[in-house]
Design a protein around this ligand. Structure first.
Ligand code: ATP
Ligand code: MG
Length: 586
């Protein structure tokens, strides 16, 4: 498909929130966006939990369904905005009664269970700092992240505590309280832990949020660890302005939407869009406790009448692997907007969305550090498959290069590779790396935040991802982006996934090597390897095409689903694998 555009079907009955991109860009101001929110009463600042929960709980949406939770084994729980308010008030009172203060770090280590969402908002109400952790982390990554952020409170389940945390207690002197949640049959409450359900029962359901400065720290979020040791990005309450407005403009939230974000809150998408943005916009958010399973997912889309669906390339590729026939067994007529984030979305996947759901996937780009969506394909505009789209109104994105004197120079020439940079100062921009101020400072130059990603901008202002700075391959004087090579390989019918690295070469400096996993029904053979090499060579030319292909049953991925090219490279070169704390099966 390459550069062709997909013309959107004209049957959309809903008028997109962002209709005219140029006009929206010109008219937008963050001040105006802030006015869409309420702020705390009497000008007492802004608090994420007030915007997401309390203001709806005391308004016309009081009895509207805020969250529907789908348990792994079929149980369903519904929470209205009013019910969420009561529960989060109770939890905020629990924290207060335990002397947990403004700025103290509250960690949550749990699967996607309702208490995670309740404790998240309760923590924000108490002006403590929320730090969600992946429940699948092993003890060492848990210890490292809790020690770095000096966790005061941990909320977790009894079994996770027993398996992963209890032995770490001596190494975590700042950890004062462990509060147990979940519905395990027997709660023994090991020494040093408390039963949160009991504490909640005793807590008052009235809570008034204290004045919250927009710059008060709200969230500590660790990056995915794709390129190295995860960093702790610090976000403030003001970020909610960006969460809210990007939900409206980039995900096109409308009042009756049923929204499903498939990401886990252990990754920033699962917080900004799995917890906060749908609720600030007053819509219903679906939370599924289960792990990926194609049939389960189609059934959720159908049964819950999901209208806006936000997922990730890795999940889309897994669905593609199973095949479109399965999708056609379900009635997915409620689905009107599909979006994807986290990794480059191969053009093949965009087209597959169109063929399978009658709608393309809308790719968008952002990072833990940016706190919210920065570049997006919008509902009203044609999707350019393979492009991340255009900057969200209020965001100035540029392609830059650093001069020898360390100055930042904007590259105006279209279609030229350089580092993707964002003009600093949007509300959800991270305010620091926890305990690493020097590292933070290094990310900024000439008024820009430098993202560490290499991209291009075309003449129409669409951004195209090339690769991460560390992953770009230098071969015979050319700069090759792994994404382009991977996307081409994926156009072959047998390929499910591809990961591409630069392999050192005495002549070319580096040559392109691809790791490939196959779709169900295809088997590894020398003939297929040669066929793929030839297939890529015809499409990409001899310089860019891989010189080597290695088949793997599965590619190494982070728990948030990103291919870990640095691991493929380390293995290839026989080097140490570095920090693998976020590796899926690590
Ligand atoms: P770490 O910084 O620890 O190496 P990470 O960068 O993967 O991990 P995240 O903040 O979760 O951590 O991911 C942001 C990165 O994911 C982006 O910098 C980019 O490389 C990639 N990414 C996200 N969305 C897209 C997209 N739509 N297209 C291409 N790449 C994307
Ligand atoms: Mg990163």
């Amino acid at each position: 498909m390459g550069w062709e555009t997909i013309i959107k079907s004209l049957r959309d009955p809903i008028v997109p929130n962002l209709l005219d991109y140029t006009q929206a860009q010109a008219a937008f101001s963050w001040k105006q966006a802030r006015r869409e929110l309420e702020g705390l009463p009497c000008g007492a600042g802004i608090n994420i939990a007030h915007e997401a929960v309390d203001r709806h709980a005391t308004g016309p949406l009081r009895n509207h369904l805020a969250m529907r939770w789908l348990g792994k084994s079929g149980r369903i729980e519904n929470y209205t905005f009013a019910e969420l308010q009561t529960l989060t008030n109770r939890f905020a009172n629990v924290l207060r009664s335990l002397d947990v203060a403004k700025g103290d770090r509250v960690y949550v280590l749990a699967g996607r269970i309702p208490e995670l969402y309740v404790t998240a908002f309760g923590t924000l109400k108490n002006r403590s700092v929320l730090c969600p952790l992946f429940s699948a982390f092993g003890p060492e990554p848990i210890r490292a992240r809790m020690a770095l952020g000096q966790a005061k409170v941990l909320i977790t389940t009894e079994s996770l505590y027993q398996r992963k945390v209890s032995k770490l207690r001596p190494a975590l002197p700042s950890l004062k309280h462990v509060l147990l949640i979940g519905d395990e049959e027997q709660r023994t409450c090991a020494p040093g832990t408390m039963d949160l359900h009991r504490l909640m029962e005793d807590a008052s359901k009235q809570f008034t949020i204290e004045p919250t400065d927009p710059e008060d720290v709200a969230l500590l979020h660790f990056t995915s660890g794709t390129t190295g040791t995860p960093k702790g990005a610090v976000h403030v309450h003001e970020a909610v302005v960006a969460h809210h407005i990007t939900g409206k403009l980039a995900l096109d939230f409308h009042s009756n939407d049923i929204f499903w974000c498939t990401a886990d809150p252990g990754w920033v998408t699962g917080t900004s869009y799995g917890i906060i943005a749908p609720l600030t916009n007053g819509i219903t958010s679906i939370v599924d406790e289960g792990e990926f399973d194609a049939e389960r997912w189609y059934a959720i889309l159908q049964d819950q009448k999901v209208s806006v669906w936000y997922t990730a390339p890795t999940a889309i590729r897994m669905m593609m692997k199973v095949g479109a026939q399965l999708a056609h067994k379900y009635h997915l007529s409620a689905l009107r907007f599909l979006a994807s984030v986290g990794e480059p979305l191969n053009p093949e996947a965009v087209v597959w969305g169109q063929e399978t759901f009658g709608r393309p996937f809308h790719d968008n780009w952002w990072q833990t550090e940016t706190g919210g969506i920065m570049i997006a394909n919008y509902a009203a505009m044609d999707v350019r498959p393979g492009s991340m789209g255009r900057p969200v109104p209020g965001i100035e994105a540029a392609i830059v290069r650093k001069t020898e004197e360390g100055k930042v120079e904007i590259i105006e020439q279209p279609d030229t590779q350089g580092e993707l940079a964002l003009r600093a100062g949007w509300p959800s921009m991270f305010r620091n790396y926890w305990n690493e101020p020097e590292r933070y400072k290094k990310c900024f130059a000439g008024g820009f935040y430098l993202t560490g990603d290499i991209a291009k901008r075309d003449k129409d202002g669409y951004f195209w991802f090339v690769g991460r700075k560390d992953d770009v391959i230098k071969s015979s004087g050319h700069l090759i982006g792994p994404f382009e090579v991977e996307s081409t390989l994926m156009e072959h019918q047998a390929v499910a996934e591809a990961g591409v690295i630069g392999k050192p070469d005495p002549v070319a400096m580096e040559v392109v090597k691809a790791f490939v996993s196959l779709k169900d029904g295809y088997t590894v053979s020398e003939a297929l390897r040669r066929e793929l090499l030839a297939f890529a060579r015809v499409r990409l030319g001899p310089v860019v095409a891989p010189k080597e292909i290695e088949f793997r049953p599965k590619l190494p991925r982070t728990r948030s689903g990103k291919i870990m090219r640095r691991l493929l490279k380390a293995e290839e070169l026989g080097l140490p694998t570095g920090d693998t704390s976020t590796l899926e099966d690590g």
